[in-house]
Design a protein around this ligand. Structure first.
Ligand code: SF4
Ligand code: FES
Length: 248
């Protein structure tokens, strides 16, 4: 096996580069090393100024997403040996502004996420004396898949619609909205549907499906968006066919 591999790493230091450029680093290619290990090796042993985000190193925090040879990946779950003989090109996630080196600006996503109200909405809270809101395993199963999202943003980097139209709410925010809509304790679906039925909400999605392909947690945001579209059309039909007050 090769003892080293070359990483072509995108650099962008606003005080030095006018626009992103690549810098090559030769790193050890150990069988148990992932791309994140190689980036940490560069930071520790070659160039301490290289900037990137990570935290858990176990596919949970969602902060280490980058483009690896053009594909959105969690770098803590992407082995160097899968790219032999190299080189491996590492870039910040596509479709986001770059803050520095491999770090993207996430504010747009945070605003959109908040906009879909990803929390349980109740018309009226039950008195505490009635105990907890109980839920059966079957009820949990209806939304569990969508609750696995770790906000890694790989789906936004893969989404050509978001790449062209930054007003599109995007895959993860829509999947998380659906996660709460399907929760038996929630009563906020109508509020979310009103927000998401706008063009930039669910209708912007042309069902390319790349979001679901790249998702490391198998959340299937494309599936969530299609469910949402079906629901929106059903509600629209109900609104024109049923007399006011006859809807559920
Ligand atoms: S839906 Fe999947 S790819 Fe998108 S942010 Fe959530 S975990 Fe990451
Ligand atoms: S470092 Fe947390 S998901 Fe990769």
């Amino acid at each position: 096996m090769a003892e080293t591999i070359v990483l072509e790493v995108a650099r962008y230091r606003p005080e030095i580069e006018a626009e992103p450029a690549f810098e090559n680093f030769e790193v050890p290619c150990r069988p148990d090393w992932v791309v994140l290990d190689a980036l940490n090796y560069i930071k520790d042993a070659i160039d301490g100024t290289l900037s990137f985000r990570w935290s858990c190193r176990m596919g949970v925090c969602g902060s280490c997403g980058m483009m690896v040879n053009g594909e959105p990946k969690l770098t803590c779950a992407t082995f160097l040996t899968d790219y032999l003989p190299g080189p491996i090109r590492i870039e910040p996630l596509s479709n986001f502004p770059i803050v520095r080196d491999l770090i993207i600006e996430m504010s747009d996503f945070m605003t959109k996420l908040q906009g879909v109200k990803p929390w349980i909405i109740r018309n009226e809270d039950l008195p505490v004396s009635q105990g907890e809101y109980r839920q059966s395993p079957e009820q949990l199963e209806t939304y569990k898949q969508f609750s696995m999202c770790i906000n890694c943003l790989l789906c936004y980097a893969a989404c050509p619609v978001y790449g062209l139209d930054q007003h599109f709410v995007g895959p993860a925010a829509l999947a998380l909205a659906q996660r709460y809509n399907l929760d038996s304790r929630d009563e906020g679906e109508a509020q979310r549907l009103e927000i998401l039925s706008e063009h930039e909400g669910i209708w912007g999605c042309t069902f390319v499906g790349e979001c679901s392909v790249v998702c490391p947690k198998h959340v299937d945001p494309a599936g969530a968006i299609q469910q949402y579209k079906l629901k929106a059309v059903t509600e629209w039909f109900k609104s024109i066919l049923l007399p006011r007050g006859g809807r559920d």
